[in-house]
Design a protein around this ligand. Structure first.
Ligand SMILES: [Zn+2]
Length: 455
């Protein structure tokens, strides 16, 4: 496993925040160390608009000295409307020299958030942006199990003192107190989540949504009505909202529906009938090796993730050497442990430790398996994707010939650790090669001594 912040969008969305993933974010930036905190910035860009600095955050910037500061410049951009733009899952050049709580490795151990602003009190912070700033920081710190005082302003971190002034005019002690209250569940959210339906039972629509209601919106905002709420539709919705004096958040909620012509033709959302009881499990690969409670939990996790229970069982069988033991240690001494060989840094990012994981029951450890995979929901389309999420998340969604580890490149350490997967010994471990072992485990799980079959 590698330390990449693939959990960022999921954690922010779970906090009710608006999130836009920038193409390529998963692969952008080198691997990170453990995350201990967050550094808050302003972009200082002399331009209007929601997030005009996005391209610079991605590609880098030529500094006053004439030298290029290469991108990515921050994991997250925060637009004026409170939308988080996820720029990179890896390390970013945002901190420079400095120190906070004894840490001098800002880029390695802190997530950078660049909030769009001209960088002076002449550009006051919109309430919706400030609110999202605090909620996003609270969600991140909670996820990495850090306290609110592990969030600081760039001007507090930067050395020599006075090197940076961002983010301007934010009282950071007040900011941290509000973040702490949010983390404790006692904070005030001034901009609550947009309700899922309006009073006329019309659905709230945002990027990623599809269907007839989207077509009605697309006709209103003047883009082709293909029924897919993509980036182009979102931009047109923002422009439409600005001309109607609405918050340009790119989301069609109750206020926006009121100004959409033909809104009355939008299909209504009906409350779904209660889900049918799940049919009893009749068979499960490797199911004979685990308890009934373990099997039930696996089925529940896989229903949430939209993956086949047999596939998750095959991955856990491979990772735990067929033992399904919560305290199974990596034979090569990597420090990894348990059902999906949680690395020590992964354990911390899941708000536990390797020792705690090893001491719990296999059934309880499945809660951490669930938590580990949650950020990948919607992206796991086959057994290979599921395994890639464990071994090398950049391989999720890639084809069989995708090169995971190459002997000759800068990641040769990763190649050496995984050379057992290089079936044809050509110095390249492809995704297909890595997945061959997992497919074999799936087959092995169907053998009579391993297969669970309901009596
Ligand atoms: Zn800064």
């Amino acid at each position: 496993m590698s330390t990449r912040l693939t959990w960022l969008p999921g954690v922010l969305r779970a906090a009710g925040l608006k999130v836009a993933e920038q193409p390529g974010w998963v692969d952008r930036g080198a691997d990170m160390g453990d995350i201990v905190g967050v550094i808050c910035h302003h972009t200082g860009t002399p331009r209007d608009g929601n997030m005009p600095t996005l391209k610079m955050l991605t590609d880098g910037v030529v500094q006053a000295s004439g030298k290029l500061l290469p991108g990515p410049l921050a994991q997250l951009g925060l637009g004026r409307d409170g939308t988080y733009y996820v720029v990179a899952a890896g390390r970013c050049n945002h901190a420079g020299k400095g120190e906070w709580k004894g840490f001098t490795t800002g880029n390695t151990n802190f997530i950078g958030i660049e909030a769009e602003n001209r960088g002076s009190p002449a550009d006051p912070w919109p309430q919706v942006q400030l609110d999202a700033y605090r909620r996003g920081v609270a969600a991140i710190l909670k996820h990495v199990d850090a306290r609110a005082d592990y969030c600081c302003a760039h001007r507090e971190y930067a050395l020599p003192k006075g090197r940076k002034n961002d983010p301007h005019s934010l009282d950071m002690d007040d900011f941290r107190a509000k973040v702490a209250a949010l983390m404790a569940g006692t904070g005030v959210v001034t901009n609550p989540v947009v309700p899922a339906v309006d009073a006329a039972q019309r659905p709230t629509l945002k990027r990623g949504d599809k269907g007839e209601a989207v077509r009605i919106v697309q006709r209103a905002v003047g883009v082709s009505d293909d029924g897919n709420f993509g980036p182009g539709t979102e931009a047109a919705v923002r422009a439409f909202q600005r001309t109607h004096d609405l918050v340009p958040d790119g989301i069609i909620g109750p206020k926006s529906w009121l100004v959409i012509p033909d809104a009355d033709k939008a299909p209504k959302v009906f409350t779904a009938p209660a889900a049918a009881p799940r049919p009893a499990l009749t068979r499960l690969a490797w199911g004979a090796k685990v308890s009934p409670a373990f099997r039930d939990k696996v089925v529940s996790i896989c229903a949430d993730l939209g993956v086949a229970p047999d596939d998750l069982m095959a991955c856990m069988a491979f990772e735990s050497g067929g033992s399904f033991a919560p305290d199974k240690r990596n034979a090569a001494g990597s420090g990894a442990v348990g059902l999906i060989q949680f690395m020590p840094s992964t354990a911390i990012s899941l708000q536990t430790t390797s020792a705690e994981l090893a001491a719990m029951t296999a059934e309880d450890q499945l809660d951490y398996v669930r938590k580990y995979f949650a950020p990948y929901r919607g992206r796991l389309h086959n057994l290979g994707d599921l395994y890639m999420a464990i071994l090398w998340p950049r391989g999720v969604g890639k084809p069989d010939e995708y090169a995971l580890f190459v002997q000759s490149d800068g990641e040769s350490r990763a190649y050496l650790q995984n050379r057992g997967l290089d079936i044809d010994k050509d110095g390249v471990v492809t995704r297909g090669e890595a997945c061959a072992k997992i497919k074999a485990k799936l087959v092995e799980g169907q053998k009579p001594e391993n297969l669970f079959v309901a009596a």
